[in-house]
Design a protein around this ligand. Structure first.
Ligand code: HDD
Length: 712
């Protein structure tokens, strides 16, 4: 990979972090107290063969620090990767919000973004079937604003009260801690089969959205409905979106499982490498704005986090762009210690009464206290705001700030009444004055009872291959459930989404879809209520399908795609040059994969650098395969089982496979075969590199899948 990259844009936050960075380059080694160390190889002993002395403060300091290096991993979203960047606004949003960073188009707001899986531990695979976290910290001039979202626009549950249950159910089972980073087990599906409100989210989690090709190719969503507040104190409901400029793309389930073995850091590495190479990931920031007057206009409740607002009903306005342009210097200091919180707000943005959001507002500070160990976690460099903090909070473990004032209370006269409160007109935060006239009640609104319509909307909006993948995922997951009654309850729930879907899953489980689906009620019924009035319902929504919900309709492109070029000694040099030049010009990369590392000899006698050997890589780590000719090279590859497997696997995973006229001969030895239909999607053997590049840019030819005879 080229090391020369465009200089990342500087940001105020990067400059802020500089005061805490350290490099030992050309420096002498010291203890934590700054004492120069003379011998870092040997402990202090009573004689060369004698016992180590307790006096050895240098050894003690080193080992003590080591013993305490680990902190608790996040209870959820433990596995993640992050990067720095900037946010630039396209158009002032003053009509809707007074947030300064959403009004000044001349300003670049620094951001730090962490992507994550939810269920797995810190060391688990990146490619688990899971929701991905998409957490953005904006370092604005008015303090930190955190948008802590996911790559799926809805959630499993409607009330934060159920979050610990959900997570206990999906995490490895408590008796044997199996399985790691996987939902395909009894406790998860037991819980889900009793929670019909999870049905919409389950459709998403079983779709390919849960297997992203790259963090850079995922959408992000704020999930909840939030509020914008303008300077006239008018409120608007708002849904937040991140739209990746590379489009939304996923890998196949078989591929995901193989990547987990070949490169468990696949997503982390992809993000890192792209930024190092200067291929900075970009997302447009989108908002769906709903006037307060329209709150009850929809056939779902805006406060229900298991519902999305279809883009056909409220279009997404793209108002800015986020670019990630700098990798962290230190994983622990930045990525591990960053602390997000949906309650980190700026004036102009506020909450709604979504009961899931309300519960989150408690959880995030609370969890940092046990994870980062002190209420001073906001002082950790990655977490501190760009404007200096002034308040009367004091002391605590690891306090960094040296408060010079004599007073630490308000009001005071001794300190001149400082620090002052800010008037709303001067940027002081005021909560939205929502009118509330209600009884205190532990219950759920009936407007939250439709658990199936949007699950059906999502399923109906998928292309045929996407629907097949959902069905395959459900078959896989439920086949790993050992208790038949759980599978049966799930088949009942699936039949509420789509009868054929349920039947196709049932067929592979060797089961019948229950005639009368058991729809469990997961919310309490008031003492004076009738059970029949509290059943989950399914409304008949006006909208039957939404194009924005299918990845098949996403932006396509060749940019940043990785193509394996299979070659051996005697390869056609001109052919390699042509394809590499074309890929590079289009922002993709071609990597030479050969039977050995080092160099191979081309047909004109020139040395060609090998990037990867067949034995240390795999087709699952690439987007496409190209086979340049050269008879000697083809003869060698025909006799390399790894080369044959490489092509077969790429074929099975519906990737583009291209070859020049001679290169096509290698395909005779594979499942692709020569007799294959020339028109088969993504197989380009006419040597036309433009056709091949087009095929790569389509991401996958999923329509090939049903006829694929390649074993996994
Ligand atoms: Fe959460 C972390 C996203 C519901 C409690 N959550 C966490 C992260 C993301 C989300 C992206 C990782 C942040 C990071 O990278 O450090 N969470 C969501 C979304 C939710 C959601 C989109 C629903 C719409 N979460 C949710 C609920 C609760 C929590 C209902 C508890 C009541 N989440 C947490 C937490 C975590 C967390 C335990 C673990 C680590 C952390 O906060 O900092 O507080």
């Amino acid at each position: 990979m080229a090391k020369k990259v465009p200089a990342p844009k500087q940001s105020g936050k990067i400059n802020d972090l500089v005061q805490n960075t350290e490099s030992g380059l050309n420096e002498l080694m010291t203890t934590d107290q700054g004492l120069l160390i003379n011998d870092d190889q040997n402990s202090l002993k009573a004689g060369e063969r004698g016992a180590t002395l307790l006096e050895d403060f240098i050894l003690r300091e080193k080992i003590t620090h080591f013993d305490h290096e680990r902190i608790p991993e996040r209870i959820v979203h433990a596995r993640g990767a992050a990067a720095h960047g900037i946010f630039e606004l396209y158009q002032p949003m003053g009509k809707y919000t007074k947030a300064k960073f959403l009004n000044d188009t001349s300003r670049q707001t620094p951001v730090f973004v962490r992507f994550s899986t939810v269920a797995g531990s810190r060391g688990s695979t990146d490619l688990a079937r899971d929701v991905r976290g998409f957490a953005v910290k904006f370092y604005t001039e008015e303090g930190n604003y955190d948008l802590v979202g996911n790559n799926i626009p809805v959630f499993f549950i409607q009330d934060a009260m159920k979050f610990p249950d959900l997570i206990h159910a999906v995490k490895p089972e408590p008796h044997n801690e199996i399985p790691q980073a996987a939902s395909a087990h009894d406790t998860f599906w037991d819980f889900i089969s009793l929670m019909p409100e999870a049905t919409h989210m389950i459709m998403w989690a079983m779709s390919d959205r849960a297997l992203p090709r790259s963090f850079r190719m995922m959408e992000g969503f704020g999930v909840h409905t939030f509020r914008f507040i303008n300077d006239k104190n008018e409120s608007f409901f708002v849904k937040f979106h991140w739209k990746p400029l590379l489009g939304v793309h996923s890998v196949a389930w078989d591929e995901a499982q193989q990547i987990s073995g070949k490169d468990a850091d696949f997503h982390r590495r992809d993000l890192w490498d792209a930024i190092e190479a200067g291929a900075f990931p970009e997302w447009e920031f989108g908002v769906q704005i709903i006037p307060e007057a329209d709150e009850h206009k929809f056939d779902f409740d805006l406060l229900d986090p298991t519902k999305l607002v279809p883009e056909e009903l409220v279009p997404v306005m793209r108002i800015g762009k986020m670019t990630l342009n700098r990798n962290p210097d230190n994983f622990f200091a930045e990525t591990e210690q960053v602390a997000f919180h949906p309650g980190h707000l700026v004036p102009g943005i506020d909450f709604t009464n979504d009961p899931l959001l309300q519960g989150r507002l408690f959880s995030y500070t609370d969890t940092q206290l046990s994870r980062l160990g002190s209420p001073n976690f906001h002082e950790i460099p990655i977490n501190r705001s760009l404007n200096t903090v002034h308040n009367n909070q004091r002391d605590g473990h690891m306090r960094q700030q040296i408060n010079k004032d004599v007073t630490s209370y308000h009001p005071n006269t001794i300190g001149g009444g400082c620090p002052y409160q800010a008037k709303a007109a001067d940027g002081g935060f005021t909560s939205h004055m929502e009118r509330i006239d209600a009884k205190k009640i532990r219950g759920r609104s009936k407007s939250f009872f439709d658990h199936f319509s949007q699950a059906t909307l999502f399923f109906n909006s998928q292309s045929a291959p996407e629907q097949n993948h959902i069905i395959d995922a459900l078959r896989f997951e439920l086949s790993n459930v050992t208790i038949p009654a759980i599978r049966e309850r799930m088949l009942g729930i699936l039949s509420m989404v789509d009868k054929t879907l349920a039947q196709r899953v049932a067929d592979k489980l060797g089961m019948q879809v229950p005639k009368k689906p058991n729809q469990p009620i997961n919310h309490s019924i008031p003492a004076d209520g009738k059970v029949a009035d509290y059943q989950p319902v399914k409304v008949d929504p006006a909208l039957k399908s939404s194009a924005a919900l299918s990845m098949a309709n996403s932006v396509k492109g060749i940019k940043s795609r990785k193509v394996a070029i299979l070659a051996a000694d005697g390869v056609n040099e001109a052919s390699i040059k042509a394809i590499v030049t074309k890929l590079t010009a289009d922002g993709a990369s071609g990597m030479i994969v050969a039977p050995r590392m080092g160099q191979i000899k081309g047909d004109k006698g020139n040395d060609i650098m090998v990037n990867k050997a067949l034995f240390n890589t795999s087709s699952v780590l690439f987007d496409a395969v190209y086979i340049p000719g050269g008879q000697k090279s083809i003869n060698a590859l025909v006799n390399e089982p790894d080369a044959i497997h490489f092509i077969n696997q790429a074929y099975r995973h519906c990737k583009a496979i291209g070859a020049d006229k001679d290169g096509g001969l290698l395909l005779d030895a594979t499942y692709v075969g020569t007799g294959q239909d020339e028109a088969e999607g993504g197989i380009i053997i006419d040597g036309n590199i433009h056709h091949f590049v087009n095929a790569v840019s389509m991401h996958r030819s999923w329509e090939r899948e049903p006829s694929s005879k390649v074993p996994a």
